[in-house]
Design a protein around this ligand. Structure first.
Ligand code: G4P
Length: 543
């Protein structure tokens, strides 16, 4: 492939909006909806803050960080979220840079890791993967990457903290290729690292960008330019030039198609803390990252540039205002243009609702969204009407596919101190499952339900809310299973037989789909071996 990075600098060449002239197509093609995936401490917060600074969304560095560490006094979040400093106001951040509208969706990386984190990744079109240059790929990065891979989300890699002790850049590339089975295309090459990190060399258009200096950088003739000799110790220059020729040959040039298909990642090196390399990332998002994708629905594919508005709810945040029991539903606009006040159909119930107060979120504030376009993420306040996966349309019955559930890693039973209120508990659990706080599995033999979560903090949130909101004092107990798997079979008779035989370890989720409650991982693999006619899955409904 002889395409070079510069050939591809035309914005969004294959935007679905292409061919449909007018404002709608233009608005949609200039949107980039993305997330940052990283292991805790890799620098996601620092990078977010610097990205927002470029976008003018915040005035001063330190504000996102302050939000993470301190309480938000303006808003009265739920007690537990306050005490842990979880920031819900930054669930999505909208900002503009170079005539591009960015929607940055937050994926909590710390102990508040949850089902929400996974679901959020279903609402983005691309992601930036931040890697700590000293630590390489870490467990959480890997997990989040695997979720991105399910949908072939294009990934831009940022190797951060070059200003500190770092692994060899070639080793880092090798690690990405091997661990993630992802091709790499370095776009810049670091000059020195740690205390001697001087900047980067742009591999496509020979140019040096110096740390802490004018980001435009200085054009050079190529890797042999004598300027480079002045930046390194004499014994370092030779190996550096060899490396550059190696990465230029071996990695070849950046291939936009492979990136868009999720099989190749452009790699940038920098330091978020020193605000170095951050603009490279924004430029990469503008030039290479895809505009809003088309969205698969049960009956057809909804194109982003269609005139009619459609949207999907992918996250629900409760208790934004405890006095009103409001819930904020986060909706990705999938097609068309949303205008404030428009009437939409909630497809699940067939009822009509008015979008009277859709909201945009910024680093610090929110504001009413007078209009929004495909790719945008808006908050829709509602009182428990909207659920995860809901479609809102201008009238068409559309069921969107692709908000997956992931097999929870933590499973519990709930002990209710007051048995008389079992019915209330049942209702409360169903509501929280609809909201996506927990996954709920009702055993087919009628025994106590099992709740499942991805992150331990979700259990605290569940316990806290059952007590405070529903007045149900509960305790968690061990569940009779270690893990769960959804199962199905093309062979109806075999499925029936399996259901009968394993009745005591089978439950149904909120949608009525069957799960196998595996008492142990060992049991799971032996059951799978014994029943090749049954398909087991740890993810539900991805396409
Ligand atoms: P996270 O959201 O991914 O968890 O990471 P965060 O940005 O909070 O960064 C984790 C730590 O790494 C912070 O230091 C931050 O200042 C530091 N850091 C981030 N990017 C860089 C970088 O490019 N170079 C260097 N040298 N450090 C970086 P901390 O000591 O935990 O917090 P703070 O006391 O500095 O606020």
């Amino acid at each position: 492939d002889d395409k070079t990075a510069t050939d591809e600098l035309k914005p969004a060449a294959d935007a679905p909006a292409q061919g449909k002239p007018g404002k709608l197509a233009h608005e949609i093609s200039r949107r980039r909806t993305f997330a940052i995936i990283a292991h805790p401490d890799a620098g996601k917060t620092t990078l977010t803050e610097k990205l927002l600074l470029f976008g003018g969304a915040i005035q001063l560095a330190g504000q996102v960080k302050a939000k993470k560490d301190k309480r938000n006094t303006r808003s009265d979040w739920m007690a537990i979220e306050r005490s842990r400093g979880i920031s819900v106001v930054t669930s999505v951040m909208t900002f503009e840079y170079q005539d591009t509208v960015f929607n940055l969706l937050d994926t909590p990386g710390h102990e508040d890791f949850s089902d929400h984190t996974y679901r959020t990744l279903t609402a983005v079109d691309s992601a930036i993967m931040v890697i700590d240059a000293a630590r390489g790929i870490e467990s959480r990065t890997l997990k989040l990457f695997e979720i991105c891979r399910l949908r072939d989300i294009p990934i831009i890699t940022f190797i951060n903290k070059l200003d500190r002790e770092a692994q060899e850049p070639l080793e880092l590339l090798d690690e990405i290729e091997k661990t993630l089975a992802l091709d790499t295309a370095p776009m810049v090459w670091p000059i020195g690292k740690g205390r001697r990190f001087r900047g980067t060399y742009d591999l496509a258009t020979p140019r040096i960008r110096y740390i802490d200096q004018d980001p435009a950088g200085q054009p050079v003739s190529g890797p042999d330019d004598p300027i480079i000799d002045t930046l390194m110790e004499p014994e370092e220059v030779g190996p550096w030039r060899e490396e550059v020729s190696l990465v230029q040959d071996a990695c070849g040039s950046f291939d936009l198609k492979a990136f868009r298909e999720g099989t190749l990642t452009p790699v940038y090196f920098g330091s978020a803390l020193r605000n170095f390399g951050v603009r490279d990332l924004l430029d990469a998002l503008v030039s290479y990252a895809p505009p809003p994708r088309n969205q698969k629905a049960a009956t057809r594919t909804v194109e982003a540039a269609e005139d009619r508005m459609t949207g999907i709810i992918f996250k629900i945040q409760a208790n934004m205002d405890p006095n009103h029991r409001d819930r904020m539903a986060f909706m990705r606009v999938c097609s068309g243009r949303l205008t404030r006040g428009m009437k939409v159909k909630l497809v699940r119930t067939g009822k009509t609702m008015a979008l009277s107060a859709p909201q945009f979120f910024f680093a610090q504030d929110r504001s009413l969204a007078e209009e929004a376009y495909a790719g945008d993420v808006v908050g829709v306040p509602n009182r428990g009407v909207l659920r995860i996966g809901d479609a809102l349309t201008e009238g068409e019955d559309i069921t969107f596919l692709g908000i997956p559930s992931f097999a929870p890693e933590i499973l519990r039973r709930i002990h209710l101190n007051d048995a008389i209120r079992a019915k209330k508990l049942k209702d409360a659990l169903r509501e929280m499952a609809e909201e996506g706080v927990v996954q709920l599995f009702n055993p087919v033999d009628g025994s106590q339900p099992v709740v499942g979560v991805i992150g331990a903090l979700q259990l605290d949130v569940l316990g806290d809310r059952l007590t405070e909101e529903y007045g149900l004092p509960i305790a968690f107990e061990a569940a009779p299973c270690d893990t769960v798997r959804w199962f199905s079979s093309d062979d109806a008779a075999a499925l029936k037989k399996f259901l009968e035989r394993y009745r005591s370890t089978i439950a149904q989720d909120l949608d009525g789909d069957y799960v196998y409650l595996a008492p142990s991982i060992y049991n799971l693999s032996s059951t799978q071996e014994r029943h090749p006619e049954i398909k087991f899955a740890n993810v539900k409904s991805v396409n």
